[in-house]
Ligand binder design. Structure first.
Ligand SMILES: *[C@@H]1O[C@H](CO)[C@@H](O)[C@H](O)[C@H]1NC(C)=O
Ligand SMILES: *[C@@H]1O[C@H](CO)[C@@H](O)[C@H](O)[C@H]1NC(C)=O
Length: 204
């Protein structure tokens, strides 16, 4: 009798463990938490309009920032299904784009990746600086007078998650308010900016 009941208890415990383990696995893989993206640091050492007699003004800039991407999931790995890119715009106009991570790159569960991104227009003697247009110039002067520039960084890519068939577009917007600190001047304080993710599509 004792033996039977002992086996019975062991069976129950084993059953509970199996169910418990299954529940943990389901929770780990079925519940998808989206990445957290933030700009932790940023520095703007050049931001100016270069006017030339022949064409519309162009933007000269030198900006670096630290972008962090955190995968908060317990078990789900993220894989890039296309290049992860960051594009920079001022007054709605994109002035630069950089590659953040390549297609095929993976980011494991609970991992945080830190990317140092730097963009700069061509050398001060200024060839190949993006044209800016007179509408942008107007806004530039307005913001220049305040001492702060609104630069928007957009992070775009396409993710695939472990155990999921659907590939999900990533679209995050980081609105930065940057104070110009030319080299040699005192560095300005930058407060961490959390990027806002676009509403995910169905099954994402
Ligand atoms: C921006 O402001 C700085 C200093 O306040 C000034 O020297 C510069 O000429 C301004 N740039 C433009 C394009 O207005
Ligand atoms: C711009 O300046 C760099 C060095 O500062 C020089 O090597 C280059 O030839 C210059 N380009 C033009 C178009 O003047």
């Amino acid at each position: 009798m004792e033996k039977v009941s002992g086996g019975c208890v062991a069976g129950w415990i084993a059953g509970i463990l199996v169910v418990g383990a299954a529940a943990v696995l389901i929770a780990a893989y079925a519940v998808l938490i989206h990445v957290h993206i933030a700009v932790d640091e940023a520095s703007l050492t050049r931001f100016d309009l270069m006017s030339s007699s022949s064409s519309s003004p162009s933007l000269a800039y030198n900006l670096w920032l630290t972008l962090t991407i955190r995968n908060p999931n317990w078990a789900i790995t993220i894989k890039n299904k296309k290049n992860l890119e960051a594009s920079y715009s001022f007054d709605g106009q994109v002035f630069d784009r950089v590659l953040v991570a390549e297609k095929g790159d993976k980011q494991g569960p609970r991992r945080t990746r830190v990317y140092h991104l730097a963009v700069a227009s061509a050398s001060p003697n200024g060839t190949a600086v993006p044209a800016f247009g007179s509408a942008g110039a107007e806004e530039f002067r307005r913001q220049n007078a305040t001492g702060f520039f609104d630069v928007e960084v957009k992070v775009t890519g396409k993710f695939q998650y472990t155990g999921r068939y659907t590939k999900c577009e990533l679209d995050a917007t980081c609105p930065l308010k940057l104070q110009l600190a030319p080299p040699g001047t005192q560095a300005v304080v930058f407060e961490k900016v959390k990027c806002k993710l676009d509403k995910p599509k169905k099954y994402c």
